[in-house]
Write a protein that binds this ligand. Structure first.
Ligand code: FUL
Length: 515
């Protein structure tokens, strides 16, 4: 008996240690150092095996998230406040965070990020670091806490919650006295990260309009990351940070070719500082511009010091401005435009961050609600029925345990994978009766890496196989639209990839028109 118990304990200890090592190894795999003299082929294969860290994967699966720009600018009708505004101006008349979250959740968004502090420095929570906050406003007699109410509503409705804390602060007197402001900023972060339950995203904006004669603040980014990792280790950090990258425009339209693995080079990143562990690049990462048209092609990889899993977040506002302005009530994006944006962000390997700014009442405006509902109806109607479901699947080849059929089983964790070394491949789908469709969906199994470089779709016609759509990268999700095709048999041809492609999802749909 005693012996058996010892065995059991040994087995448990073995699996605990092995499990911990496996998790660490997985975590460390979202970054790889390129060794001097590595061949171009070896670099490409290395890039194909960089995978998201767990926190990045969880975030990527959210797909569609919300931004709420709300604050002093809502009441002054501005986009960038001066920092000199009187806190008495902040006074929503019917503030209801539950209404925001109900509306956003119904629209399909799975996380809400609130502007806890925008560039004007006015804080939406009763911070102890400055008097420039809701505490000094007449709203709820100075006892209100916007951040607290929004966090509670997100918890109640079951969506995730994130905070935007502007590094650029036009009110705070210590801004520009770098060590003092860095300390002030870290304290604000601590308040937000300890007072409001789980925070899943922290948003660091790069904007600063100080100009040539303005204040010069040297941000201590690494120390900000350290506070976040300590207090909310599962949170992803966006923007001026190593977890999530700005897609590069505020239009809502991502790149046709969107690689989640991007090269980073010296001196932006010092390879010597990259450590194995859950946050391998934190100590080395320095923010830089990632807005170019090509971030991750083979050519770009060749000059890399390191390769980083750095997925794109695509932000856009439902209105022309980020903050609410009554003059823009008739300029809310239509359901059709929002659907187009969805296809061009979520459908191009990005997460869509849609800003829906509450108005002076502290409510989401009726026009925004109507557009969101219209968008949801089109998306639900379109994606309700996967016309590819039930097809027989024939693969040009596969690897043991990863048959072609895995692409249609509706389970993201199972996937089709080609034989070792096969960089081109095809899958043939056949149904009993012809179907008519004008949308295609593809998903790579990104926990194996992002690999596909180009693909095409063909339908079997009396005259043979005819191409009806093509694309380059796939990543987490790729959506394609094309003139309607009616067919009983469709072929997906992978024309090129960085190493054996792996696909976990496929769908064909008929677009639903708006009502
Ligand atoms: C920008 C800011 O300057 C805008 O006001 C807005 O917050 C947008 C999301 O990011 O950099």
């Amino acid at each position: 008996m005693l012996k058996c118990n010892t065995c059991l304990i040994l087995i448990i200890v073995f699996f605990a240690v092995f499990g911990a090592i496996a998790v660490l190894a997985q975590e460390g795999r979202n970054c790889a150092v390129v060794e001097p003299g590595e061949s171009p082929d070896a670099i490409v294969r290395k890039a194909a095996n960089v995978v998201p860290a767990e926190r990045q994967l969880v975030w990527q699966e959210l797909e569609f998230i919300a931004f709420a720009h709300f604050g002093m600018d809502t009441f002054t009708d501005r986009e960038w406040g001066e920092g000199t505004e009187n806190p008495a101006l902040f006074n929503p008349t019917a503030f209801d965070a539950r209404q925001w979250v109900r509306v956003l959740k119904e629209a399909g968004m799975r996380q809400l990020i609130i502007t806890a502090k925008h560039h004007d420095g006015f804080c939406l929570w009763p911070t102890a670091q400055t008097s420039h906050s809701v505490k000094a406003s007449p709203w709820r007699d100075g006892k209100g806490d916007v951040v607290g109410e929004v966090a509670a509503a997100c918890r109640e409705f079951g969506i995730k919650f994130g905070v935007y804390l502007s590094p650029w602060d036009r009110h705070e007197p210590s801004y520009g006295d770098s060590p003092r402001y860095n300390e002030f900023f870290r304290r604000q972060l601590r308040e937000l990260l300890t007072g409001y339950g789980e925070i899943t995203e922290v948003w660091f904006d790069g904007a600063c309009g100080e100009g040539p004669n303005g204040k010069r603040q040297v941000y201590d980014w690494q120390s900000y990351y350290a506070v976040i990792r300590e207090l909310q280790p599962k949170a992803v950090i966006f923007g001026m940070a190593p977890d999530l990258r700005w897609v590069g425009t505020e239009s809502g339209y991502g790149r046709e070719t969107e690689w989640s693995v991007v090269p980073v080079s010296v001196p932006v990143i010092d390879p010597a500082k990259i450590r194995p562990g859950p946050y391998p690049v934190d100590a080395a990462f320095l923010p830089r511009d990632f807005t170019g048209p090509d971030l991750g092609s083979r050519e770009k990889l060749m000059s890399a010091a390191a390769l980083l899993w750095y997925p794109a977040e695509t932000d856009v506002s439902i209105r022309p401005g980020w903050f609410y302005h009554a003059a823009e009530d008739a300029k809310v994006k239509t359901p059709e435009t929002l659907v187009d944006i969805y296809f061009s962000s979520v459908g191009r390997n990005g997460v869509l961050l849609l800003n829906v700014p509450p108005d002076r009442r502290g409510l989401i405006h009726e026009n925004d609600i109507a557009s969101l509902r219209g968008m949801r109806a089109i998306l639900d109607g379109t994606f309700r029925t996967n016309l590819a479901a039930g097809a027989s699947v024939k693969a040009s080849g596969d690897r043991s345990g990863h048959p072609g059929g895995a692409i249609l089983d509706g389970r993201p964790e199972t996937y089709w994978m080609t034989e070792d070394g096969a960089e081109t491949a095809s899958l043939e789908f056949e149904w009993d009766a012809p179907a008519t469709f004008d949308v295609a969906l593809l998903q790579e199994h990104i926990m194996t890496g992002q690999r596909v470089e180009s693909f095409r779709f063909e339908a079997r016609t009396e005259g043979g196989w005819r191409e009806f759509a093509r694309g380059t990268t796939i990543g987490t999700k790729r959506l394609l639209r094309f003139p309607a095709v009616t067919a009983r048999s469709v072929r997906l041809v992978i024309e090129g990839s960085r190493t054996s492609p792996t696909l976990s999802g496929f769908g064909l749909y008929k677009m639903k028109e708006g009502s």
